[in-house]
Each structure stands twice: as C-alpha cells, then as structure tokens.
Design a protein. Structure first.
Length: 179
C-alpha cells in the first residue's frame, strides 16, 4: 500500500473517504495526484489541455459522486486512472464532433453561397436576354467566357467597339437593377 499508515488507520481513512470527509479525501488526492498527473500529461501531450486541470476534474467528479464507495485504496486508484482515460476518450470524441460540425458548417456555407451565386447568375442572364443588340450579344458572349478579341472577331467589330458596347450594356444593367 502506498499510504504510510498502519492497517487500522487505513481502514478508518477509507471509511472517512467513502463518507467524503474532506481531510481523508485530501489525503487520497495528495497520494495519487503525481501518478495521475504523469498519466494525464502523457495522454494530453500536444493538446492545449492542462494535466493539472484534468486530474482535478477527475477528483471533483468523484467528490460529487458520493454514491460510489470503495473497499480498498487500490480500487480508488484504479477508478481514478480509468476515469482519467475515459475523460481523454470523451475529449477526443468531442474534438471529432467539433471537426465534423465545422466541416458541415463550411459545406453549408458553401452551399448557400452557391445558391445565391446561381440565383444572381440566373437573374443577370434574364436581364441580359432582354437587352437589345448589339449590347445583348456582347454581354452574352462575355458571360459565356469569351475574351474581347474573340467577341470582336465573332461579331465583326473592332475591339474598341466591343469595349464601348460592353460598357453601355453594363450601364443599362445597373439602371435596371436599381429599379
């Protein structure tokens, strides 16, 4: 046994611990803290979690669970180590849930942006279709990805005329959209 007491004192200490006597609980805390801290430091290496906090949480949870009693200090120690390991598993599981939630939110945000972009594109195309030529033709070709030079060749216009026509068409779109 780790405690430096005789058997009678250990029996009394265990009974007091099971009743959640503060000084008995503090004795167990002092006895097992260092071993639990080393284990927590190993488990949570590379995370932002402080091992001291995790060990204290395990003890606090045990303090609050007065319904749990032990018939030996070895079982208390085993309980504390298992609770620490389970806490780590919960932490990892929570990180996984956060990661999946973040991915869903990012996908959702992308979906919303795609919908808005599609709606805006459809709205713009509707107005471009109503535009009189040559502005309508130039804008349709621009929206289909043609460069100014290609539009000029296709519509047999000078590049300057393509730029001027596009500029007038954009002005017309702006006026329509303001309404």
């Amino acid at each position: 046994m780790e405690f430096r007491r005789n058997d009678d004192e250990l029996v009394v200490l265990l009974a007091r611990f099971n009743r959640r006597d503060m000084s008995a609980f503090a004795s167990v805390y002092i006895e097992y803290f260092m071993e639990l801290h080393v284990y927590a430091r190993r488990l949570y290496a590379g995370t932002s979690v402080e091992p001291e906090d995790v060990v204290q949480d395990v003890f606090c949870n045990l303090w609050e669970r007065a319904d749990i009693t032990f018939d030996s200090f070895l079982k208390i120690k085993a309980f504390l180590f298992v609770a620490l390991k389970n806490g780590f598993k919960n932490y990892i599981s929570h990180l996984d849930v956060e990661r999946r939630y973040k991915n869903v939110v990012e996908l959702d945000g992308g979906f919303s942006e795609d919908v808005v972009e599609s709606e805006l594109g459809a709205f713009l195309l509707e107005y471009v279709e109503r535009m009189p030529d040559p502005g309508g033709k130039v804008m349709r070709l621009y929206l289909n990805g043609y460069e100014a030079e290609e539009i000029a060749d296709r519509l047999r216009m000078s590049i300057r005329t393509v730029y001027n026509t596009k500029s007038r068409a954009i002005g017309m779109l702006k006026r329509w959209l303001k309404k």
